[in-house]
Design a binder for this molecule. Structure first.
Ligand code: SF4
Length: 464
């Protein structure tokens, strides 16, 4: 078993038995579900909207080369410097190069899952830069020195008391566990950092090919300040975020808000088209866009799972997933958790080490049903399982199948083993759940279905 799989099993066992943790998640999800359904109902025809979104993303991804060229042409025409990063390492090197060139010391960041994906914060901290997350949830998990728990709600696993405690420990300022008072503390700290920051780094939700603009949607205004105050701005965005036309936002912005946070529209929706132009009063003097591949083109070449590049990172599939709701986001050990993480991580980080995530699913299909861009998530999990079964089998799998083959191909032997199995199961009933139980690892959390009292052949014989 790979190290990530062992860790996953340990964490999943611990957290699924942690009732307080589960209660925190269920409470947050309960509130989310109500508002999400209200927002979905506000669409004239939700299923038609999903179909349109799926087709638009299909168009964008299946003609990615053309759309990216158009996007870059338009961006560069207004003075933006565009960089292509094939790997996470290249993206980190590019960004560190810009920071060195600008002689930066303090970096302020808004929420960007791509930066988590390439471990940018760690790289910048190691290089000696002071990096401050400006999204409130990200700010909190940064103080706790842990990764985001959820694509949209990074600190959803924390109680008010836990947040107060970390503010007290790290900032020395936590008047109470009142969310408003704690937010004011974070605001005071962050405002100072904005004024000191030399470079602002953002992600982006959509990249508009037609106009060469990056669309950022948020609720706190922190991304706007990240873009407006520092002299240099860097946006790190995955190449799959392209949308063909500006008018596509009319569908995607409300859809992302409805499914992500249960809002009609996020509070701040901004388009960035380049550095400050002559006569403009704000915006960065220099604007860099880093386009990240990092195995996305490999997914693009995979006709079966290409639609996983349609993801708009709304987080809705996590919220409905019974596994996520029991084991939580950190258990996955990856940047992208939940069903979409289980689909793409084996493709992004290697099937051998991450195939176990494909089994972290009941295959109920709730993720596929909820996904606003209609990604066939649970079938992709099955495809990953199939691909995993084609990998080199482990020694115990080889031994088990070697033992199974002669039994399965000899009817008399099969009949004998079935009878012994029934007897073994009766004896097992005497020790089930105790330390003497040889199947304890299995029966501790699952039922062992009884072997049928009569096989089909036995039944058939009685009929004739
Ligand atoms: S796979 Fe679909 S539901 Fe899940 S985060 Fe992406 S867009 Fe949202």
């Amino acid at each position: 078993m790979s190290a990530p799989a062992t860790q996953f099993n340990q964490d999943a066992r611990r957290l699924s038995a942690d009732l307080r943790h589960r209660q925190t998640i269920q409470t947050a999800m309960g509130k989310y579900e109500v508002v999400r359904d209200q927002r979905k109902a506000a669409f004239q025809d939700w299923q038609a909207a999903r179909q349109m979104a799926a087709e638009t993303k299909w168009e964008a991804v299946n003609h990615l080369d053309r759309h990216l060229e158009q996007f870059v042409r338009n961006l560069e025409a207004r003075g933006t410097k565009v960089h292509w990063a094939g790997t996470a390492q290249q993206a980190r090197d590019l960004i560190l190069g810009i920071l060195r060139q600008k002689q930066a010391r303090v970096i302020v960041k808004s929420k960007a899952m791509t930066s988590e994906e390439i471990h940018l914060n760690e790289a910048m901290a190691q290089a000696g830069y002071e990096v401050v997350e400006s999204d409130l949830g990200e700010f909190i998990v940064q103080l706790r020195e842990e990764p985001p728990y959820h694509i949209v709600f990074p600190a959803m696993h924390l109680t008010r008391d836990e947040i107060r405690d970390v503010f007290q420990r790290k900032l020395g300022d936590a008047p109470s566990n009142n969310p408003e008072e704690l937010t004011m503390v974070a605001r005071r700290v962050l405002r100072e950092k904005y004024l000191q920051a030399d470079v602002g780094i953002t992600g982006a939700n959509f990249a508009i090919a037609e106009t060469g603009m990056l669309s950022i949607t948020e609720n706190e205004g922190n991304a706007r300040l990240t873009a407006a105050l520092p002299r240099t701005m860097i946006t790190l965005v995955g190449i799959e975020k392209v949308l063909p036309r500006l008018e596509d936002l009319a569908l995607f912005l409300p859809m992302l808000s409805a499914m992500g946070t249960g809002q009609t529209l996020s509070c701040y929706n901004t388009l960035y088209g380049g550095p400050r132009q002559p006569g403009e009063t704000d915006g960065p003097e220099e604007y860099h866009v880093v386009l990240l591949d990092n195995h996305r083109t490999a997914l693009l070449a995979d006709a079966e799972q290409r639609d996983s590049l349609h993801c708009i990172r709304c987080g809705a599939c996590l919220n409905v997933c019974p596994i996520f709701r029991n084991v939580g986001g950190h258990t996955y050990g990856t940047t992208y958790c939940g069903p979409i993480g289980a689909v793409i991580t084996p493709n992004l980080r290697g099937l051998n080490d991450w195939k176990h995530l494909s089994y972290a699913s009941s295959l109920c299909g709730a993720c596929t049903e909820t996904c606003p861009v209609k990604i066939d998530l649970h079938h992709h999990l099955l495809q990953n399982r199939r691909n995993a079964s084609n990998l080199k089998p482990s020694w115990w799998q080889k031994t088990a199948f070697k033992a199974f083959a002669p039994v399965a191909t000899r009817p008399a032997l099969w009949s004998l083993v079935t009878k012994l199995g029934r007897l073994g199961q009766k004896l097992h009933g005497l020790v089930k759940g105790s330390r003497l139980d040889p199947a304890y690892a299995w029966t501790k959390t699952r039922d062992l279905p009884p072997i049928a009292q009569q096989t089909f052949k036995e039944w058939w014989r009685t009929r004739s």
